[in-house]
Ligand binder design. Sequence first.
Ligand code: NAD
Length: 355
Amino acid sequence: MNMNIALVPGDGIGPDIVREAVRVLDKVAEVYGHSISYKEVDAGGVSIDKYGIPLTDSALETAASSDAVLLGAVGGPKWDHVPGNLRPEKALLGLRSGLGLFCNLRPAVIYPELADASPLKPSVISEGVDLLVVRELTGGIYFGEKGRNADGSEAFDVMKYSVKEIERIAKKAFEAARLRKKHVTLVDKANVLETSRLWRETVSAVAKEYSDVDLDCMYVDNASMQLVRDPKHFDVLLTENMFGDILSDEASMITGSIGMLASASLRDDSFGMYEPIHGSAPDIAGMNIANPVATILSAAMMLRYSFSLEKEARAIENAVASALSDGVRTRDIAATGEAAIGTAECGSEILRRIR
Ligand code: NAD
């Protein structure tokens, strides 16, 4: 297969970690007989420095004309003084909305070797945690009408969803579940919110097309408790924008390892943008100590969701798991007294385990 990938290294540790993900992708291409071409795109602080704005039209066009985008991270103290609408983070919003990405996937996995990093008791995570939050990204209360009354003493934000918006993300969740443990939990507040009742009706109707996948429904207040009480209940957690914003951060925290967590933002076709959930870590930029695993696992998600290369995606995930079980650790995940290796060395340890 030929893959055209736009690389957006961004700022801070972005270039360091994207470089390692590219080396791993190249190794996968070599082992499995694919070819990959890359185009590099400036976004974030680096684009502000060159062009005065965080995302140029031509950067967006290059990203849009690729098959998929791999992004490092943007931002840093150097650009803290720039006005709000020119901040580096605006590049992310520009890419997500400009590329029409409505579906955000955030896996949260606890590797047995890193279980100590989890703030949860060993008894709660003894059977492992491997869940995927599927969050609607372009609708709901964040995008609804908002305002104040004339004297400013009242404010409102409107939560609105259409059947079409719910259907398209529900399908993404069921399709993702088919590649996993075939269990979707819809998280909502259907006892109070009319939008949630529409989500339940619509998702239940979509579920009929996926009779091999189990569906259950949970109120968001209960889901936020169950994530820390019994996280193994969840396989795919499907939810609307605001609940997903909150629950995906909660799910990340239970793993305790920010340098390990990948994400994907998708649209209806196979196009997607893939990035680690962490930021640009300016405190460790250019020092060869950043953990590249989140970005390498984002590249695995790219192979799975944009190119349907499940075997190749698993080859990366297995290489990461095997490196961890052999004691490969960057500084952020090394226990006290445990030896740590650098970003590039970690990339090398993973790529030599690609089978
Ligand atoms: P951050 O995630 O960059 O860093 C938080 C802490 O985690 C830091 O101590 C950092 O060293 C550490 N860390 C993060 N990723 C790591 C990795 N791969 N390996 C080892 N350690 C890692 O969050 P922050 O400090 O709040 O933000 C820094 C900058 O990043 C800000 O400008 C912020 O706006 C931006 N940011 C960007 C994104 C993005 O591009 N998606 C997301 C969040 C924050």
